[in-house]
Structure formats: C-alpha cells, structure tokens
Write a protein that binds this ligand. Structure first.
Ligand SMILES: [Zn+2]
Length: 186
C-alpha cells in the first residue's frame, strides 16, 4: 500500500547523492532511483552566459536589475537595456534547476502547513538572491512537486521542512552541481 510513497532504492544507480537526512540529522546513504528528466547536458551554460552582457540591464518580467555584475532588486535603472533574467528565462523555458518532491501520509495531512513553510522560505531567500525562486508548485493526489530557478533555494526549502517536520530528506546534485533533486517523505 505504501509502494507509491516509499523510495525506490537501486544498487544500479550511480550514488551521486550528497546527503541523506533522517529525523533532521545528516546521514550517508544510498541514492534513490529517479529519472533526471530535467537534467540535461550543457543546460547551465545557457543560463550562465546570460550574465555576460551590458550593464545596467533590467528584466522586463520580474524587474530585477543587473548592476555590478549581479542581479539585484535595486540598482541603477536609467538607460537599462531589457534582458530577461536567468530566473525568468528558466521559468519561461520551464527548465528548473531544482526540484523537490514531498510525499507521505504525514505530508498529506499537513500539506497546507508545510507548503506555507516552503513559500515563506522562498520569500526570505529571494529577497537576498533574486535568481533563487520557486518556479511552480504542483499538487498531485499523493505528492506535491516544487520546482525552483536555483539550487540554493531548493536546498534551503528542503532543509527548512526537514528541520521543522523531521521526516526523511534526500538530496542529490547533478549536472556538475548545477541541478538539485530533493525528496522529502514523512
Ligand atoms: Zn526576471
């Protein structure tokens, strides 16, 4: 009955995991099998090259401003050229850097509370780091998937939930640490 909610641990998987969390504590463990459906070669280059352009620039979608070599929420906007920031570009391409899947009986019973924490954590993160945002939150019958524009916000969200609600968290980096797949179960 739990088969759809438990991890599929496979010895055939390359154990490219970083950490396993059990009850909020970091442990070593085996990677869970999962198709890296959004991890593709060369993807990161597309979004990194976005950083090499004239300043100042302003993203017409979110309003972030590129000055002094980084995207910020405030800055010189005069004479700014309009360039889609990497976060909005990823969103437009539906090409997430991070994905977190939440599941389990406890999760389903506390979904609203947990997703509130997810969204609050994102709000704090993107205040300082404009390119670290939630892309989509997709609720399914047994799980909720959260995709993000950066790996740092995905990690922060995952750790915030594991710290607050314990459970079991797996994090796995891919694509030269340009992508992060996380799964939290309780
Ligand atoms: Zn933008």
């Amino acid at each position: 009955m739990q088969s759809t909610l438990t991890f599929q641990v496979s010895s055939h998987e390359n154990p490219a995991f970083i950490n396993h969390y059990h009850g909020g504590e970091i442990m070593s463990g085996t990677s869970f099998a999962r198709k890296d459906r959004f991890i593709k070669e060369k993807r990161h280059d597309v979004y990194r090259e976005m950083q090499k352009h004239a300043e100042p620039a302003k993203c017409p979608s979110c309003g972030a401003v590129f000055v002094n070599g980084r995207w910020q929420w405030q800055g010189i906007e005069k004479d700014a050229v309009h360039i889609l920031c990497p976060a909005c570009k990823r969103t437009a391409d539906n090409y997430p850097a991070g994905e977190i899947e939440f599941g389990g009986i406890f999760f389903l019973e506390h979904r609203n509370e947990i997703i509130n924490l997810v969204m609050n954590t994102e709000r704090q993160e993107k205040k300082l780091h404009p390119l670290e945002r939630i892309m989509h939150i997709t609720h399914n019958e047994a799980t909720t998937a959260v995709t993000t524009t950066g790996i740092h916000v995905a990690r922060r969200i995952s750790e915030a939930v594991a710290k607050a609600f314990k459970g079991h968290l797996s994090l796995r980096y891919g694509d030269g640490e340009q992508s992060l797949t996380a799964r939290w179960m309780r």
